[in-house]
Design a protein around this ligand. Sequence first.
Ligand SMILES: NC(=O)c1ccc[n+]([C@@H]2O[C@H](COP(=O)([O-])OP(=O)(O)OC[C@H]3O[C@@H](n4cnc5c(N)ncnc54)[C@H](OP(=O)(O)O)[C@@H]3O)[C@@H](O)[C@H]2O)c1
Length: 267
Amino acid sequence: MDINSLFNLQGKTAVVTGGSRGIGEMITAAFLANGVKTYITARKAPALIDKASELTDKFGGECIAVPCDLSTNGGIHEFVSELQSKETSLDILINNAGAAWAEPLMEYSESGWDKVMDLNVKSLFFLTQQLTPMLAKNASFENPSKVVNIGSIDGINTAAFESFAYSASKAAVHHLTKVLAARLIKEKIVVNAIAPGPFPSNMLGAAVAHDYSIIAANNPSQRVGTAEDIGGLTVFLCSRAGNYTVGETITCDGGLVARAGHNLSNS
Ligand SMILES: NC(=O)c1ccc[n+]([C@@H]2O[C@H](COP(=O)([O-])OP(=O)(O)OC[C@H]3O[C@@H](n4cnc5c(N)ncnc54)[C@H](OP(=O)(O)O)[C@@H]3O)[C@@H](O)[C@H]2O)c1
């Protein structure tokens, strides 16, 4: 029952997609600091390789960069082959890589729609499918493997930006999480999702010119999210403490979704 047993991740092996920056980097930092051998992926190889060595220097452990483009089944296949050449089993998959696209309603393009849906929904499904045998290999009901999908509060609330495909893709991630959880628990794999609110990153930064002050002021917690917020929740879900939490989408947003419901009930 002690903290060290409940939340211990020592010796586990994880994949964090989109681990080169933003939320993926924050989750990778939490894993490395807690003894998880972590494979990170992104398309831009130099940035990914630099990040793996920067995080290893800072947090210790083993961080392995595997550059790949996960937006196509070919790219997913290449990544899975590469991982299989290095590991026979996997304990944790964090489906974090994602894309956003915002355009006014009447100009919203098919290419923007497809880019978002392909990476955020299709790739998440097929990567999970392709890694299921490795995740199932050492899994048991006492020690299940874990999949954590990174959704968004934009899949729960209506978004501030005209990012139609993004909102729809994240709602799909949340429901797919429940559907996959129901199926994969038979393989002793526990699937959950996190719906983040605002975290400093390229994705959010591009929308607000990297000035998070207004976003922080508008948050019920008066700040944006930190590595401890998203890392702590991910560690919980991936540790012994999270074994009986299955198919949930848990917000990590400082209270934005809670406040939206409050506003409605007061209207
Ligand atoms: N930041 C927020 O406020 C926020 C809020 C809610 C949800 N989220 C979700 O959190 C996740 C991470 O977002 P972020 O804000 O950290 O974004 P980010 O800073 O833009 O990072 C995205 C990561 O995904 C990688 N990536 C993008 N396209 C890829 C592809 N085709 N194949 C492989 N890797 C790819 C990027 O590297 P390359 O560009 O080198 O490929 C990068 O490592 C996303 O699913 C996002 O929707 C973020």
